[in-house]
Design a protein around this ligand. Structure first.
Ligand SMILES: C[S@@+](CC[C@H](N)C(=O)[O-])C[C@H]1O[C@@H](n2cnc3c(N)ncnc32)[C@H](O)[C@@H]1O
Length: 194
């Protein structure tokens, strides 16, 4: 009997996008080629979508299996091409101000947005523990009370050695944010405000 096809990345994450309100203002940390940004655009129809990615090649040995390390055969010029392809792909949305592309590390780019200015954040950037801790902390500050801080790749292992899971679990245990769900490798926190 033929085996059912495994769900695509977009199918696996679709339920999460249904939790994000149409007309909202959100940010995706880690854009790569903009494939999920496109799904967000079509499913959520956000009023404004901030796309944050440094598109920087990292040659360090611990990044050998990263899309922006050893898996980027063309090194920095491939990263530059990815950035250009995203600008090209979303040209009309960028021109009308619906999409804003921020080329830089999330710590700096998300950090520069006003506090409590976003309805939601989707974290899918550098998955190593320290970076996820920082992305979670900043995302909580930048998201309005009632909003959502969400992200990808919650689970054991990976080249990032479970960094997403560790950071998410610690935040949930700290009581500083309310963990709503973990499903299909996705996580979502409700932002309650202070
Ligand atoms: C898994 S890919 C993102 C995939 C994309 N969200 C999707 O689903 O189509 C991870 C991305 O994170 C970016 N990245 C790495 N370090 C980052 C950082 N400090 N801040 C923001 N993005 C980062 C990489 O350049 C890479 O494009």
């Amino acid at each position: 009997m033929p085996q059912p096809m495994p769900p695509t990345n977009a199918q696996r994450r679709h339920f999460l996008l249904e939790m994000l309100p149409p007309g909202s203002v959100g940010a995706e940390i880690g854009v790569h080629l903009g494939d999920f940004s496109q799904v967000i655009l079509e499913t959520v129809a956000p009023r404004q979508l901030h796309l944050i990615d440094p598109w920087i090649y990292n040659p360090a040995p611990e990044y050998e299996r990263a899309l922006y390390g050893g898996r980027s055969e063309g090194g920095q010029s491939e990263m530059d091409e990815r950035h250009m392809s995203v600008l090209d792909r979303f040209g009309p949305e960028i021109n009308r101000g619906q999409i804003i592309v921020h080329r830089g590390e999330s710590a700096e780019m998300l950090g520069a947005l006003p506090d409590a200015s976003l309805d939601w954040v989707y974290i899918d950037g550098n998955h190593t523990y320290d970076f996820v801790v920082q992305d979670l902390r900043l995302s909580l500050a930048k998201t309005k009370p009632g909003g959502l801080v969400t992200g990808d790749d919650y689970g054991e292992g990976g080249w990032w050695d479970g960094g997403v899971k560790q950071a998410v679990d610690e935040l949930a245990e700290s009581g500083n944010a309310q963990l709503l769900l973990i499903q299909n490798g996705q996580f979502a926190f409700a932002v309650t405000g202070t």
